[in-house]
Design a binder for this molecule. Structure first.
Ligand SMILES: NC(=O)c1ccc[n+]([C@@H]2O[C@H](COP(=O)([O-])OP(=O)(O)OC[C@H]3O[C@@H](n4cnc5c(N)ncnc54)[C@H](O)[C@@H]3O)[C@@H](O)[C@H]2O)c1
Length: 262
């Protein structure tokens, strides 16, 4: 499925991996609808990209907020005639916390809900709300494709570290729903692909302490460095354009497996 003259929605599109993917789609002639909490970054990105980009402030934990972004995007599409052909549910957070801490305090439900609400509920709700627009598309390819859904899992889905129980729960769930979602959407010609990155340069990993980063660098196979956001974006581009990619969770990790101890 080609990218040019089609609209791609990216949640978490104002920063990191989401932003790189926005830039990739835009550079390939696509229209980008950027949904993010962060107004300043979102508006700066639209100012940088110019035509074919819109920003909608959106909190993916709020169904009303997503609904407003769907309306804004579909109103824009009515003008541009560039159908919504893809959604990348990229908004995500990590909030470390062991299931029980050294003082015997169990992890609070607020911390657990914060992560699950953004990473899991927000992913499902965004996709759910954009699907009616996508299933109404005229077929976009001779195969009858109407679009692609991209989700973001993590190495933490399979080899979560101490303190990652909430994050792993959210990303494991994202990986697990890839196949059933692809099966649900097959009849509409909508594919579903999930990417599971390891350690990538972004605002999220910039907050990571040196000790954690170094511990991860020690277990890297090849290349021995963090992934670059453009490398993630290129895989999103391939997953969009390559019709045979469907129902798959693709590791993007240079063969790294995260260790238990730092
Ligand atoms: N960077 C990595 O090493 C790495 C590894 C594995 C998975 N991931 C996943 O990749 C995705 C992108 O992360 P990133 O590293 O680019 O981080 P990032 O912090 O640079 O970007 C995340 C974006 O999500 C937005 N966001 C947060 N909460 C939101 C909400 N409630 N509603 C809307 N937007 C919200 C933030 O404003 C930010 O712009 C996340 O799902 C993350 O879990 C990242």
């Amino acid at each position: 499925m080609k990218i040019e003259n089609r609209t791609f929605v990216v949640t978490g599109g104002a920063s990191g991996l989401g932003q790189a993917t926005v830039e990739h789609y835009h550079q390939k002639g696509g229209y980008v609808s950027i949904l993010d909490l962060h107004v300043e970054k979102g508006e700066a990105l639209v100012a940088k990209l110019g035509a074919r980009a819109r920003f909608f402030q959106c909190d993916v934990t709020s169904s009303e907020s997503i609904a407003a972004a769907v309306k804004g995007t579909t109103d824009w599409v009515a003008e541009t005639k560039a159908p919504v052909a893809g959604v990348l549910a990229g908004a995500g957070v990590g909030l470390p916390g062991k299931i029980i801490d050294a003082k015997g305090e169990p992890l609070s439900m607020q911390r657990i809900d914060f992560v699950l609400n953004i990473n899991l509920r927000g992913t499902l709700d965004t996709i759910r709300q954009f699907l009616p627009t996508m299933v109404a598309n005229e077929p976009l390819t001779p195969d009858g494709e109407r679009g692609v859904i991209l989700m973001v899992s993590s190495s933490a889905a399979t080899d979560g570290q101490p303190g990652q129980v909430s994050y792993s729960a959210s990303k494991g769930a994202v990986s697990a729903m890839t196949l059933p979602m692809a099966r649900d959407l097959a009849r509409y010609g909508i594919r579903v692909v999930t990417i599971a990155p390891s350690l990538f340069e972004s605002a999220m990993t910039a907050m990571m302490g040196d000790k954690v980063r170094k511990s991860l660098e020690r277990v890297m196979e090849f290349p021995v460095r963090q992934g670059k956001p453009e490398e993630f974006a290129r895989l999103c581009g391939e997953a969009t354009e390559n019709t045979m990619l469907n129902g798959a969770v693709i590791r993007l990790d240079g063969a790294m497996r995260m260790p238990s101890r730092m």
